[in-house]
Ligand binder design. Structure first.
Ligand code: ADP
Ligand code: MG
Length: 358
């Protein structure tokens, strides 16, 4: 197991600064997630780590040793490209054996390792198939086996599930988790899909326009993101702007006073400055106007159901609140109470569900 350290990485293509001052350290054996929208620099970062980009600022170190000047094939990194990049004219076996041939591994050991890698990804029996005869999920497994067979020091995954349909994506997600648990290879997993990152990551970073915007465990970033960009990238928000009180315990907004749990506020927030307080759709409670149960909740607002969407396990309501953009509220479907469009309601938010960003 190896540590991977990316130090102050910067990459420029002509006039485009694709990465700027990116620093991340992966612990030995960790699967770390890099999440961000299309074009934010994710593939550039992976390509730099893999050694395909020669000019960059900063450094990339494996177990403390700089990789500057080390060509890709000498790094012993396994990479799975977004489009798999399989060789169409080679069999599954030939594709997986490719990296071993390049490393001049003897034929007997080569077949044993190819068999082991195919077993690992659940493709034993497909040795003689060609990529064109396989489903998307199976091609993905071949790409994984090809990366794993060299027993890489680091595994780099570039949006590995983005070409699969929803059901397969779920299945392969679990497969990748299992393989990581079994091999414990230090893995850098890049995706634009927040669900993938939230559900798999121990730690993750959010990249915005080539810079790290947030770094930490998914729950922490989801609940207390450092910026509005990260807050919105991870899910929907209901936002109120206002002034942060001197005691840092509330935000005074046009809709009322929002109470805060002061421990969780980012220290960069200035008292007396304009901030955005927000809550997530699942932390809002809807009650009938005359319901007394919401007494312990904060910021009770009178509102009106604008529309609703039944999603099976939950219903998402769009709610009109006086003088505010529409709120979104997710209500777990218990089958009890359904609010019809146009119903006047009261909405309230638990005090510890608020977060604040600059
Ligand atoms: P992502 O993988 O997050 O979608 P990329 O790393 O592919 O983002 O791209 C980051 C930025 O760099 C984008 O603006 C993209 O257009 C630009 N870019 C990527 N590769 C090149 C290249 N080879 N030449 C010029 N610009 C590039
Ligand atoms: Mg990309």
């Amino acid at each position: 197991m190896m540590s991977l350290r990316i130090e102050n990485l910067g990459v420029t293509y002509g006039k485009i600064r694709a990465l700027d001052g990116v620093s991340v350290e992966l612990e030995p054996g960790e699967m770390f997630f890099l999440l961000g929208p299309s074009g934010c620099g994710k593939s550039t970062l992976l390509r730099a780590v893999a050694g395909f980009i020669e000019e960059f600022d900063g450094d990339i170190r494996i177990d403390g040793k700089s990789l500057k000047g080390v060509p890709p094939h000498k790094r012993d990194f396994g990479m799975v490209f977004q489009n798999y990049a399989l060789f169409p004219h080679l069999t599954v076996e030939g594709n997986v054996a490719f990296g071993l041939e390049a490393r001049q591994v003897a034929p007997a050991e080569r077949s044993a390792r190819v068999a082991e890698a195919l077993e690992m990804v659940g493709l034993s029996g497909y040795e003689k198939s060609r990529p064109g005869e396989l489903s998307g999920g199976q091609q993905q497994r071949v790409a994984l086996a090809r990366a794993l067979v060299i027993k890489p020091r680091v595994l780099l995954l570039d949006e590995p599930l983005s070409n699969l349909d929803a059901k397969l994506r779920w299945e392969m997600r679990d497969e990748i988790r299992r393989i990581h648990r079994e091999t414990k290879i230090t893995t850098l997993y890049v995706t634009h899909d927040q669900g993938e990152a939230l559900s798999l990551a121990g730690r993750m970073a959010i990249l915005n326009k080539g810079k790290i915007d947030a770094l930490g465990p998914p729950r922490g970033i989801y609940r207390n993101p450092p910026t509005r960009f990260s807050a919105e990238f991870l899910g929907e928000i209901n936002a109120l702007t206002g002034i942060l009180a001197d005691d840092r315990r509330s935000v005074s907004t046009g809709a009322g006073i929002v109470p805060l749990n002061a421990n969780e506020l980012p220290s960069t927030l200035q008292t007396g400055s304009t901030v955005t307080a927000f809550c997530r759709p699942e932390s809002v409670t809807i009650s009938a106007i005359d319901d007394a149960n919401a007494a312990h909740m904060s910021l009770k607002l009178n509102a009106r159901i604008a529309s609703s969407a039944f999603l099976g396990e939950s219903t998402v309501y769009e709610i009109e609140v006086d003088g505010q953009p529409k709120w979104r509220v997710r209500r777990h479907e218990t089958g009890e109470q359904v609010f019809a469009d146009g119903t006047p309601v009261r909405i309230s938010v638990a005090a510890d569900a608020w977060a604040v960003v600059p």
